[in-house]
Design a protein around this ligand. Sequence first.
Ligand code: OAD
Length: 257
Amino acid sequence: MAGAGISTPSGIPDFRSPGSGLYSNLQQYDIPYPEAIFELMYFFANPKPFFTLAKELYPGNYRPNYAHYFLRLLHDKGLLLRLYTQNIDGLERAAGIPPDRLVEAHGTFATATCTVCRRKFPGEDFRGDVMADKVPHCRACTGVVKPDIVFFGEELPQRFFLHLTDFPMADLLFVIGTSLEVEPFASLAGAVRSSVPRVLINRDLVGPFAWRQRHNDVAQLGDVVGGVETLVELLDWKEEMETLMQKEKEKLDAKDS
Ligand code: OAD
C-alpha cells in the first residue's frame, strides 16, 4: 500500500504534511478550503483549480525515485502480488510496474471521461489543453472532460475490489508513505491475515501501527528512501537496484531528449 510519501522524493508535495503538504499551500489554487480541489460540486462550479493541479501532476513532469524502483524490483522478482496506490502521479507506471499489477485506487490521468455524455478518452488527448491552462471539453457533446481521478464521494475503480482476493492471499504487507487517513483505502491495512507481518516505512506511525498494533508489525520510521535503502541492504539487492535505476534513467533520458 502506497501514498503520497513515496513521491515526495520525486519533488511532488504530499497532502497532509504540515507546511510542505498541498493542503497547507493552496494560495495558488484559489479555493475556499483544501478538500474542494477534489469535490465534484466545487468542480462543476469552477474546474480551474483542479486543472491547475492536473497540469502539475500530468504524466511526464516527474520521475520515479528509489522507492518506486524498489517496488518495480519486487515485481521483477515475481514477489509483488499487487501494488495498491493512492497516488495519481502515475509514477508507478513510469517505473515500469505493469498496470495489471497495479490498483490505482484514487484513479489516474491516463484516462478521462466526459462529465455529460460519459464518453471515455485517453488522458493524452487533453495534454495540450491542460498544459495551455484550458479546461478540456468533449469533442462529441462539448461537456467538461474530467480525468479519471476519484473525487470525494465518488466510487473507487472496479479494480479496487481485487482487494477481496488479494489481501487474504498476501504473506507480507508493505505500507509506504501514507497517513492512512482516507477511507476505504486505509482499512485495507487490516485486511491481511493476523499472522502476516506488516511493514510500515513512513515518517511517522499511522493508522493501526499507531492505535492497534499487532505483535508482528514492524515500523521503519524516518525518510522513505532511507527506509527502503536499509531494507535493500538487508536483502542484499543493492547492486540490482543500482543496475535497474541506471537502466531506467537512461531510458527516461532518451525519451526526454
Ligand atoms: P498524506 O499527505 O495524507 O500522507 C503522506 C504520509 O507520508 C505522511 O504520513 C507523511 O509523514 C509521509 N511522508 C511524506 N514524505 C515522506 C518522506 N519523504 N519520507 C517518509 N515519509 C514521508 O498522503 P496520502 O496518505 O497519500 O486523494 O493521502 C491520501 C489521499 O488524500 C490522497 O490520495 C488524496 C488526498 O485526498 C486524491 O488524490 C483523490
